[in-house]
Design a protein around this ligand. Structure first.
Ligand code: NDP
Length: 328
């Protein structure tokens, strides 16, 4: 049997945590033959709720689940972690300025970066889900100087999956018929879901759809504002789909992308496509042998250029703001 993989989940008692933990424990994160040990991090007042979730995890009698430990201390929670899912974050509340939000999250992601640096396993892979995810990932990464920067990623897979779903409906094809979807930029309303490189049956999705008005005025805003539409309909934010995307993100990173396809991940820029080096921005990436690589050589037309630049400008602003606050 394989050695167990240690997975640390923060915000474990939250909505996404509740949808995520059962899928990890059942083997969907890493594979049906990989035993897992869970380390859950929560703030002190939510530890009891996390204990309740752990009781339910016990009651599922998952054969792969080899143990659950719960902490309110980041240093201990990340000890020996091979995979870290950073879900817990400070939500934006009424009247909160963006600077306040970034500052509150700096107080969470700085110590978590330090704890990862101090105690995580050598092969640690980090996915930040908690918003503002890209910038939270940047803060954590900057405080983990001994961990290769490429191990810190942020989630745009939910946006990617939302784009697949919208396009599949419009084009009347199955999601599995769509290849090479890309989300560029920030996981925010400025994100750019790109149909000029996505393919359906060897043609670009933009050609297949042949409807620029739909692409600009329906598809892009629907994908970018889907989170708000779900809150409006469900009366609660998207949790199961966010958890599902987190599972997909790690599964793809570890197990690889299929030949002739790629995925979207927010990763540290090396300057590709004019994205300033060091920003954690979403790109088309391929994964193999547990490593991601930014897809190179795509032609970017003026429409796409403008959209990418706008989202990347927002990321640069967020980085400058956390720099000014002394968080990085
Ligand atoms: P959720 O579990 O619903 O969401 C957690 C985070 O994921 C939020 O920052 C949320 O951002 C973000 N997120 C990213 N993508 C999505 C998406 N598509 N849909 C919804 N959310 C998304 O929040 P809860 O409030 O239910 O739970 C958070 C938990 O985290 C609480 O139990 C809290 O105690 C804990 N926490 C733990 C910390 C720690 O471990 N140190 C620190 C802070 C909180 P957005 O706000 O934009 O919706």
């Amino acid at each position: 049997t394989r050695t167990p993989v240690t997975v640390t989940v923060t915000g474990a008692a939250g909505q996404i945590g509740y949808a995520l933990l059962f899928r990890i424990a059942s083997g969907q994160l890493l594979g049906a033959d990989v035993p897992v040990r869970l380390r859950l991090l929560e703030i002190p007042q939510a530890v009891k709720a996390a204990e309740g979730t752990a009781m339910e995890l016990d009651d599922c009698a998952f054969p792969l689940l080899q143990g659950i430990d719960i902490f309110d201390d980041a240093t201990r929670a990340f000890e020996g972690a091979n995979v870290a899912l950073l879900v817990g974050a400070r939500p934006r509340t009424k009247g909160m300025e963006r600077g306040d939000l970034l500052e509150a999250n700096g107080g969470i992601f700085k110590p978590q970066g330090e704890a990862i640096n101090a105690g995580a396993a050598d092969d640690i892979r980090v996915l930040v889900v908690g918003n503002p995810a890209n910038t939270n990932a940047l803060i954590a990464q900057q405080h983990a100087p001994d961990v290769p920067a490429e191990r810190f990623t942020a989630m745009t897979r939910l946006d990617h999956n939302r784009a697949l779903a919208q396009l599949s409906k419009k084009a009347g094809v199955s999601v599995s018929d769509i290849k090479k979807m890309t989300i560029w930029g920030n996981h925010s309303a400025t994100q750019y879901p790109d149909l000029f490189h996505a393919e359906i049956g060897g043609k670009t999705a933009a050609e297949v759809v042949d409807d620029q008005d739909w692409l600009e005025n329906d598809f892009i805003p629907t994908v970018a504002k889907r989170g708000a539409a779900i809150i409006e309909a469900r009366g609660a934010s998207s949790a199961a789909s966010a958890a599902s995307a987190a599972i997909d993100h790690i599964h793809t990173w570890v197990n690889g992308t299929a030949e002739g396809d790629w995925t979207s991940m927010a990763v540290v820029s090396d300057g590709s496509y004019g994205v300033p080096e060091g920003l954690i921005s979403s790109f088309p990436v391929t994964c193999a042998d547990g490593r991601w690589e930014i897809v190179q050589g795509l032609e970017i037309d003026d429409f796409s250029r403008g959209r990418i630049d706008a989202s990347v400008a927002e990321l640069a602003e967020e980085r400058d703001a956390v720099r000014k606050l002394g968080l990085i």
